[in-house]
Design a protein around this ligand. Structure first.
Ligand code: GLA
Length: 403
């Protein structure tokens, strides 16, 4: 676990902050009733934009986290102190409304609202939010907050919530309160992550199983382009609509009413109707269908320890996301191209929704410093901006921790 989440000074600082937060109310702070939650981000090895198409993905929960320290405050208010941004926020349980100015607060409100809708007995609570998980970098910091808050509520109020219900609450908070029509990839990864394992996800029935994750002399390197994404109002929701459109068109042309989503269509059947559908829709569908195949191949390569093949599959995924799904950007393409030129790099692709954010690559551990230097310099020269480098290992899903 990261040192910053462990040290005595950190722990004391958080308790002092909490003391301050609830100072005007009853003094409740004792070691016994403070709850600490560690909630990871997610890195997706492969399987992008497949979740809402009922396909496959192969993510991990990261060893970079949101860290929540909280306590019941005997009031009607939820109050938060974000210690990375030094921001304070407060809202009443009886008036949960969308805040267009303080965007991050909506992820928390959305989850709290789910607990109320589902009739769990909760009251006000205060918490300090800390993080070493970069925000907006495609590591799903939003799901990490959502699941962290859900776990915090569960522990503070001694509720027994099934893990899949936690996933549902958080997924619904993001879809129905925040307004991003995301699939289940992020929330499932953050809830079900497992140390040293990738999670093979089948979105058809939301089932998962674990694949031992051993890259031998290689590691996962994420490069954050620092190009900001704005998911809620962007192309993400449009891609979902386009996928639904292709399914409708396919059903109409083929007459096969059984087909409910893109993952039920194979490449041959798609190619058979290619001339009858608009080129853009054909390409969207081809991405989803071939990406599902790449996930299955990556799983097999991981089991067989064929790391080189995984690199090739990542490159294939990027090409498909760039040309067929059209969610890449100049910066992401540049990073993928340039990193692939360096010895010791097996492959790379944009990760997450795209439209900015980061790339994921598989690199030889002995070459890490060289790779960072080369990419850092080239990127700065071209875009006048410094990328961030994050190495990730698979970790456990969100959980309560005791100091
Ligand atoms: C975002 C969404 C996920 C998923 C990915 C793309 O991270 O939140 O549900 O669709 O994009 O794979």
């Amino acid at each position: 676990m990261e040192k910053i989440f462990n040290s005595e000074t950190e722990k004391k600082q958080k308790q002092l902050l909490l003391n301050k937060l609830i100072d005007s109310k009853e003094k409740l702070i004792t070691n016994n009733n403070i709850v600490n939650i560690l909630s990871p981000g997610r890195a997706n090895i492969i399987g992008e934009h497949t979740d809402y198409n009922m396909g496959f993905s192969l993510p991990i929960a990261t060893d970079k986290y949101k860290f929540l320290t909280g306590i019941k405050n005997n009031s009607d208010f939820v109050e938060i102190y974000d210690s990375s941004f030094k921001e304070y926020y407060k809202f009443s349980l009886s008036n949960i409304s969308f805040d267009s100015k303080v965007k991050w607060s909506n992820y928390i409100k959305g989850v709290v609202r789910e607990f109320l809708i589902n009739k769990h007995e909760i009251s006000g609570f205060s918490f300090v939010l800390d993080s070493n998980l970069p925000i907006g970098a495609g590591l799903s910091s939003s799901a990490a907050i959502e699941v962290g808050v859900a776990k915090l509520i569960e522990e503070i109020f001694h509720l027994k919530i099934k893990p899949m219900d936690t996933v549902e609450y958080c997924h619904s908070a993001e879809n129905n309160f925040v307004g991003v029509k995301c699939g289940y990839l992020d929330q499932i990864s953050v809830v079900f992550g497992k140390k040293d394992c990738a999670i093979f996800l089948d979105f058809k029935d939301l089932s998962h199983n674990y694949i031992p994750f051993n890259l031998k002399d290689y590691l996962i390197l994420i490069v954050d382009s620092k190009e900001e994404r704005n998911l809620s109002n962007t192309e993400y929701n449009r891609r979902r609509e386009e996928c639904n459109e292709v399914v409708e068109v396919f059903v109409k042309i083929s007459g096969n009413k059984e087909i409910k989503n893109l993952s039920e269509i194979d490449l041959n059947s798609l190619n058979n109707i290619k001339v009858k559908i608009p080129g853009k829709l054909y390409r969207r569908a081809r991405h989803v269908i071939t990406e599902n195949i790449r996930v299955l191949e990556t799983r097999e390569a991981l089991v067989k320890g064929n790391i080189k093949k995984i690199g090739n599959l990542l490159n294939g995924s990027h090409k498909s996301l760039r040309d067929d799904y059209e969610v890449s950007t100049e910066r992401l393409n540049y990073l993928v191209e340039e990193i692939n030129k360096i010895d010791g790099v097996l492959g790379a692709r944009l990760m997450g929704a795209g439209f900015g954010g980061n790339i994921i690559s598989i690199v030889k551990n002995t070459e890490l410093d060289k790779i960072k230097n080369v990419i850092g310099e080239k990127y700065a020269r071209k875009f006048n901006d410094d990328p961030d480098f994050i190495c990730c290992k698979p970790s456990d899903g969100a959980k309560k921790i005791n100091f």
